[in-house]
Design a protein. Structure first.
Length: 255
């Protein structure tokens, strides 16, 4: 069931989203060659603690997971698409990193992700990240009252496929509110004009995930969390929490 949010609730979610934005900015600023993923997770923990926010990621255990998630960020490097567990891996020159972060503040959740390169970037990685950001922007632009979930999916998928990238099947965005994952689901590809009609008060996470090799195939690591491309190509992930309003889409996780 979709829970419509009041204007006041959306303002509260904006406060949580601002914490997420600051955490992602701090993590990106700390991401240098030689820094470990655990150190990046610690940076995000500090931002959350200073804001008196908690993490909806830490301890989260959906039905498919063998263990609760141990970090406050998902840190996915190179061929990891999403859900990477922060560990002792130290960043290397040219790595492509995707960081997904959430915050719960006064009972409301924000959720966003960003991808970036470390050290000397590969031109192909810059194109991949830029396309992920364009796909996110296209999805957000379609998030207006009267449109349907399929219009968001079609906007995202058109950008990704036109650039020759793959889209991992079965993964996409979702509703956000008191919980990190609520109805409705928001696919990253689909026919326009289909699906639930968008109404003011809906809040959704829009999150394109792109596979550079053009395939849609992925596999899960033995940790039960990390999704990785099967062809070894790199991946990128971009996400914002967005409120549907009469005035147009309101990005709640912008800085």
């Amino acid at each position: 069931m979709v829970q419509l949010k009041t204007d006041r609730a959306i303002d509260e979610m904006r406060a949580a989203g601002r914490v997420v934005a600051h955490a992602l900015t701090a993590v990106r600023g700390a991401a240098r060659v030689g820094v470990s993923l655990l150190e990046l997770d610690a940076v995000a923990r500090t931002v959350l603690r200073d804001a008196r926010a908690t993490s909806p990621f830490l301890g989260y255990r959906p039905h498919f997971a063998p263990v609760p998630f141990p970090g406050v960020v998902c840190a996915s490097v190179n061929d990891a698409i999403v859900h990477g567990i922060p560990d002792g891996y130290r960043l290397r020159d040219g790595d492509l990193v995707s960081i997904d972060c959430g915050a719960r503040l006064r009972g409301w959740v924000g959720d966003a992700a960003v991808s970036f390169t470390v050290g000397r970037p590969r031109p192909a990685d810059l194109r991949l990240v830029e396309t992920a950001e364009r796909a996110l922007a296209a999805g957000i632009a379609a998030a207006v009252p009267g449109n349907r979930i399929g219009d968001i999916a079609h906007a995202i998928g058109t950008v990704c496929r036109s650039a020759g990238y793959g889209i991992p099947e079965g993964f996409g965005g979702h509703g956000v509110g008191r919980s990190m994952h609520e109805d409705p689901g928001v696919p990253n590809e689909g026919p326009p004009g289909h699906g639930m009609k968008l109404r003011p008060g809906m809040v959704i996470a829009i999150e394109p995930m792109l596979i550079a090799g053009g395939t849609d195939d992925y596999a899960c690591d033995p940790d039960g969390w990390t999704l990785r491309t099967t062809d070894g190509s790199r991946a990128a992930h971009a996400e914002h929490t967005v409120a549907i309003t009469a005035a147009g889409p309101r990005i709640l996780t912008a800085l």
